[in-house]
Design a protein around this ligand. Structure first.
Ligand SMILES: [Zn+2]
Length: 255
């Protein structure tokens, strides 16, 4: 299975519009981060986790040819605002399956009402097939099982997903023991680390490193990164040996 980091930035992306911050001005391609998402593909299967405002650009630059489904973590715009841009996939493939908490599906129905319209639908609008994700109920995607991991983003519930020896968690601030127990024996854990300073709804760097030490994956990749975390190369040098800062267009293979 391959995991392609489509975006590794926090909600504004890096560079932030109009910012003169040195990280926003950096010429290192690893300091340029679109909104957070991953593309997971194996054999003939191809799924994305989240569909933020940079989705179109991410699909073009990764050369993703099809999307068998979108797994949503939660409804915040940096994870959902690109939904209209599934149109080229819809034209080729038909209704695109979307997976998420019932609350997230209801939220998308409000914000993208025309996508869910059943009567007098505008020709050219995409259609989706919503599939509710329920905690403790693993579900099939392609020939693999996805295990929902229930986490808290401040006061908001968010789903992470485990697929085999890989788990993707973003926008985590707290997580119960029962959910941590679902993360044993991972080869790769992706986890959010916003910045060094504490934040009310995101792990900061130290919280992410403590969580990695607790879960003990073989390797961990940090994502959902703010420009104020610092320059990619400098932050990477400070990390433990099995921990990496993810960057856009990084692709890893999990066997
Ligand atoms: Zn987010």
């Amino acid at each position: 299975m391959n995991v392609y980091f489509l975006g590794t930035g926090t909600s504004q992306g890096i560079p932030v519009i109009g910012s003169m911050h040195s990280v926003c001005q950096s010429t290192d391609f690893k300091d340029k981060r679109l909104r957070v998402a991953v593309w997971i593909h194996w054999e003939q299967y191809s799924f994305v986790i989240d569909c933020g405002p940079d989705f179109r650009q991410q699909m073009l630059r990764s050369n993703c040819q099809k999307v068998d489904g979108i797994l949503f973590t939660h409804e915040h715009s940096d994870h959902t605002a690109g939904l209209d841009d599934i149109r080229p996939f819809f034209f080729k493939q038909g209704d695109i399956p979307i997976y998420g908490h019932q609350r997230v599906i209801e939220n998308l129905k409000k914000r993208f009402d025309y996508i869910f319209e059943t009567e007098n639908k505008y020709p050219g609008a995409p259609s989706v097939k919503p599939i509710e994700v329920i905690n403790n109920q693993p579900f099939a995607i392609g020939n693999k099982m996805a295990v929902p991991i229930n986490v808290m983003h401040g006061k908001l519930q968010v789903f992470g997903y485990r697929l085999g020896d890989f788990a993707y968690l973003t926008d985590v601030k707290t997580i119960d023991q029962a959910e941590i127990a679902k993360l044993k024996n991972l080869k790769v854990l992706v986890i959010n680390a916003l910045r060094e300073e504490p934040h009310h709804s995101h792990f900061n760097l130290q919280e992410a490193l403590d969580f990695i030490a607790l879960v003990q994956p073989e390797k961990a990749y940090l994502t959902h990164i703010s420009h104020i975390l610092g320059f990619h190369e400098e932050v990477q040098q400070k990390l433990p040996k099995n921990v990496y800062l993810a960057y856009d267009n990084l692709e890893i293979s999990i066997k």
